[in-house]
Design a protein around this ligand. Sequence first.
Ligand SMILES: [Mg+2]
Length: 226
Amino acid sequence: MYLVIFDCDGTLIDSQHTILHGLEVGFDAVGLPMPDRQTALSIVGLSLVQAFETLVGPLNAHLAPDMAQAYREAKIARRQIGADEDPLYPGAREALDRLRERDDILLGIATGKARRGVDHMLDVHDLHGRFVTIQTADTSPSKPHPDMILRALSETGVEADKAVMIGDTTFDMEMALAGRTQPIGVSWGYHEVDALRRSGAVNVINHFDELFDSISECLKLNREPA
Ligand SMILES: [Mg+2]
């Protein structure tokens, strides 16, 4: 069996608007100025407290837990009014469908989101049952620590050299390598392609159309379903 692990934010779903809103609420809550958009989005993929710590720097790092709490509360409030529905990127559903046709490929998720956020995404896009292993910030340290990869491998019984990690940030690439799996980058997320390559991406794809071939190449899949 093979395992294809997906990141969520910036890879499957375009969550920049809801994330920026949450970050703004966090900065407001402690009276600090919001960083510029590009800086703010560079932390997407880290777990929430670590993301705020990175953005505010060591002098204000003690404020990060309060900022994270304000972010979570804002997310929950928006979810309840249906204002927190991040769209899938173009081609994502088709790519997931194509992978589902193979009975030798399992799908997983490894994300800095909370489990609650992942469940919400699965609800909104009717994707329940697609991912057999779901690793979140609730039970693992932040990327790039390999814990989420190791848990996904252990839960599925797939060997590391038969797994790939699909993500948009250097944190994903570094995590994949630390877990001895192959990282595939996507160009449509929150980190630059050059940065993804420098951090070890085996390949960087520009559209979900390219995903299956990239996975095939990394895992040396047979062309016909097993
Ligand atoms: Mg991401």
